[in-house]
Design a protein around this ligand. Structure first.
Ligand code: PLP
Length: 399
């Protein structure tokens, strides 16, 4: 039995999404920029998908720019806003737990002489991994042109106070970008309620295809394109549209909107069952991230004194797929920047696993994980040269 618990890395394409895409890979193969009938059929598919994606996040269809995914949406947002803002001095505010699509973009800003403030998140046990909006306010300067804060964190699942940050940004007249790649399809995302000027989403995180995403750009927001070419996406993102991908994205958005309440209640129940059983059965196991402010599908747990990479491999051999952190940093031996930012020690960060559930996760899969994970942790710990974990925990004060 294979158990897939890595939905934050990517999700299986829903069969209804695949069905919606197939005609656009076969008969309706036209270029959406062509005036003839095949082109107009493709255009109609793109237009319908734009409406569906806009509806998922409460935007107008004209505010949706299709991209090749979340990474490109994040890059278009942050580079596009900074390039479009006037003034010789520019300053950007972000947080220590952003995805590398934003953090590495900010490193590039620094290399180009643009100053960046990376605001820390709470390290207080129980509320770790959440940014304090007042810290964002304190970081503001007269030359600040952009604030970029994610909605849900991909590793901890923690949900950031986007509405408050949106209010601070708008009072200060600063553009606000929100990376909602891990929240869209899991919790309600409404751009009017949350208040960002720009917001990124990605289809493959909610049962759509890989390689397609969108940037919401509020009407009137100045944005320099990243690419130059034809006139697709109203000059904001030229290039022949990925019609089957965009159509699949539209279907995935429609399903996410329809199933959100039902999916999230069921998934939360399974996540909580998995989490509480692991805490009960594994001595010293600790959940990371503010448990009251999380997306319903994610649990990140430290199994002290059991290396995450070893756990990951041993679990995979038992048919269980999970993650030691962001998928894009797996293979690297560096501990997760998110877990370190949330206050974990290097050792604990290296001994942590993320389990993320989704629409196709079943109770049987969760029960199988509950059976296998404690055994594997015990085995890996028994191979560790350190003291038995129970003895260590007796000596360690609760952080
Ligand atoms: N932002 C966040 C928070 C993510 O979790 C991811 C993917 O893991 C991305 C951006 C990048 O999205 P994509 O894989 O579509 O490029």
């Amino acid at each position: 039995m294979r158990v897939y618990l890595d939905y934050n890395a990517t999700t299986p394409v829903d069969s209804a999404v695949l069905e919606a895409m197939l005609p656009y890979l076969r008969d309706n193969f036209g270029n959406a920029g062509s005036v003839h009938t095949p082109g107009q059929r493709a255009r109609a598919g793109v237009d319908a998908a734009r409406e569906s994606v806009a509806a998922l996040i409460g935007a107008k269809p004209s505010e949706i720019v299709f991209t090749s995914g979340g990474t490109e949406a994040d890059n278009l947002a942050v580079f596009g806003v900074v390039a479009a803002s006037p003034g010789p001095r520019k300053h950007v505010i972000t947080t220590s737990i952003e995805h590398h699509a934003v953090l590495h973009s900010c490193e590039e800003f620094t290399r180009r002489g643009i100053e960046v403030t990376v605001v820390p998140v709470s390290q207080r046990r129980g509320s770790e991994g959440v940014v304090d909006p007042e810290e964002i306010r304190r970081a503001l300067r007269p030359e600040t042109v952009l604030i970029s804060v994610m909605h849900a964190n991909n590793e901890l699942g923690t949900v950031q106070p986007i509405e408050e940050i949106g209010r601070i940004a708008s009072e200060a007249g600063v553009r606000f970008h929100c990376d909602a790649v891990q929240s869209a399809g899991k919790i309600p995302v409404d751009v009017r309620a949350l208040g960002p000027d720009l917001l990124s989403i990605s289809a493959h995180k909610f049962c759509g295809p890989k390689g397609v995403g969108a940037l919401f750009v509020r009407s009137g927001t100045a944005l320099e394109p990243r690419f130059y070419g034809g006139h697709a996406e109203r000059d904001r993102r030229p290039g022949t549209e990925n019609v089957p991908g965009i159509v699949g994205f539209g279907k995935a958005a429609e399903l996410a909107r329809k199933l959100l309440a039902e999916d999230s209640a069921r998934i939360r129940e399974l996540r909580d069952r998995l989490e509480s059983a692991l805490l009960e059965r594994i001595p010293g196991a600790q959940v990371n991230g503010d448990r009251a402010r999380r997306v319903p599908n994610t649990t990140n747990t430290t199994f002290a004194n059991a290396g995450g990479e070893a756990l990951l491999i041993a679990l995979d051999l038992q048919g269980i797929a999970c993650s030691t952190g962001a998928a894009c940093s797996s293979g690297s031996t560096e501990p997760s920047h998110v877990l370190l930012a949330a206050g974990l020690t290097h050792d604990d960060a290296r001994s942590s696993l993320r389990f993320s559930l989704g629409r196709a996760t079943t109770r049987e899969e969760v029960e199988r994980a509950i059976e296998v994970v404690p055994e594997v942790v015990e085995r890996i710990r028994s191979l560790s040269p350190r003291a038995p974990v129970a003895a260590q925990w007796a000596a360690v004060p609760i952080r």
